[in-house]
Design a protein around this ligand. Structure first.
Ligand SMILES: [Zn+2]
Length: 93
């Protein structure tokens, strides 16, 4: 019966499925910042050789006094599977 239970609880509230979350670390001060991409609203479609891909860009800044900006570029397939990620000013953790 555990199977049914998890099935139902999984079906009810999973709003985070709409979001791709990631963590980045500032290269200047080492702060870890959580980022979130809204897979419904933040992505723009681009045409690549033979396929459509979805591109999302976020600029993150830490809460500390450090003003380093981190530019995150994420690339997803049509099914919102991450295929590429790039960052400037920080690193993915
Ligand atoms: Zn920083």
């Amino acid at each position: 019966m555990n199977f049914l239970k998890s099935l139902f609880s999984g079906a009810s509230a999973k709003p985070e499925k709409r979001y791709y979350t990631f963590s980045v670390k500032c290269l200047r001060c080492g702060e870890i910042i959580e980022g979130r991409m809204d897979l419904d609203n933040d992505l723009s479609i681009e045409y690549e050789a033979g396929r459509d891909v979805y591109i999302g860009r976020k600029v993150l800044m830490g809460a500390n006094r450090c003003f380093q900006r981190m530019e995150v570029d994420l690339k997803f397939t049509y099914n919102r599977e991450l295929i590429e990620q790039e960052i400037k000013g920080g690193e993915f953790v």
